[in-house]
Design a protein around this ligand. Structure first.
Ligand SMILES: NC(=O)c1ccc[n+]([C@@H]2O[C@H](COP(=O)([O-])OP(=O)(O)OC[C@H]3O[C@@H](n4cnc5c(N)ncnc54)[C@H](OP(=O)(O)O)[C@@H]3O)[C@@H](O)[C@H]2O)c1
Length: 265
């Protein structure tokens, strides 16, 4: 599968970011990649990189082996129904990054036997720092390895059961908004204690990045690292406990559960 040609159907925010990341990482050469959307003028940046751009989905599918579907959930069925005849189960694999559309829905639309993957990245895919949760149906080991390798170019990859896909969406994709709101709030606090907005934002963002790297690179538990900075009777524990009295952890957990309940409706 290594030299497969890839078509991205729906070259919007996510489809475009996947295309750019795959080129940047040299996972695929630009001439082996085709990106589609109706308004192709919006794909000029990719075209300038040597990527094939077209509004002809059927032609894109026919000249590729790996089809990444990055359409909005509400037009997936209509667009794919019209392309049904273009899929060949002995040639194609389909990867959907569409939120909320299940593997069984894809299988019911596409030709029987086409291996289908669902992948849930987040917007950090634009800088190849996504966490992408993946599940699949009907795929061979070689195809699973290929799809894992593809998304490993764009961050890290975690294999999950499809029943956890909504939870992955909340924790990973919505999680970007939660983390950014934390940074924004820390920035506001930083301004109040003396920094200009730009400096406060830089300190807050780099501090969150460094904290995350302590867990990811050194495999530490958050509390182990928290213990290191909470001097007895010191300012960190005083502030941290006040945040908890105000419902810090509880509000995050409740927010995550609220998003999860909403996505399930
Ligand atoms: N953004 C995220 O954080 C994130 C994370 C995980 C999953 N997702 C999912 O990824 C999907 C795409 O999200 P997005 O933010 O990238 O949306 P988006 O920017 O609206 O991209 C969708 C693209 O599909 C194109 N399109 C519409 N009809 C088409 C057709 N008939 N043929 C070919 N292309 C067509 C649209 O372009 P034209 O109008 O020019 O055709 C548009 O650029 C969604 O299902 C979303 O739920 C997003």
């Amino acid at each position: 599968m290594k030299h497969s040609k890839i078509a991205i159907i729906g070259g919007g925010n996510l489809g475009g970011a996947i295309a750019a990341g795959l080129i940047k990482s040299k996972f695929i050469s630009p001439d082996h990649l085709t990106v589609t959307r109706r308004n192709v003028a919006e794909l000029n940046d990719l075209k300038a990189m040597g990527v094939n751009v077209t509004s002809d989905n059927s032609a894109a599918i026919q000249k590729s082996e790996v089809i990444i579907v990055a359409l909005k959930p509400y037009n997936v069925r209509e667009v794919l129904e019209a392309l049904k005849g273009s899929f060949d189960r002995s040639k194609h694999i389909v990867i959907s990054v569409v939120t909320g559309v299940q593997l069984k829905d894809f299988i019911s639309i596409l030709a029987p036997g086409v291996p289908v993957f669902r992948a849930m990245p987040n917007t950090a895919i634009a800088i190849q720092e996504s966490v992408t949760c993946i599940c699949h149906q009907g795929a061979l080991n070689e195809q699973v390895n290929y799809v894992t390798e593809l998304f490993n170019q764009l961050g890290i990859t975690i294999a999950i059961d499809e029943k956890l896909m909504d939870a992955a969406t909340v924790l990973g994709a919505c999680g970007i908004a939660y983390a950014l709101r934390f940074i924004r709030a820390a920035t506001q606090g930083g301004i109040e204690i003396g920094f200009d907005a730009k400096t406060a934002s830089l300190i807050a963002a780099q501090t969150v990045k460094g904290s995350a790297e302590l867990l990811l690179k050194l495999n530490r538990h958050p509390e182990e690292e928290i213990d290191k900075v909470t001097t007895p009777k010191g300012c960190t524990i005083a502030g941290l406990n006040e945040m908890e009295h105000q419902g810090f952890s509880s509000s995050l957990i409740k927010g995550i559960i609220t998003s999860f309940e909403k996505i399930g409706k």
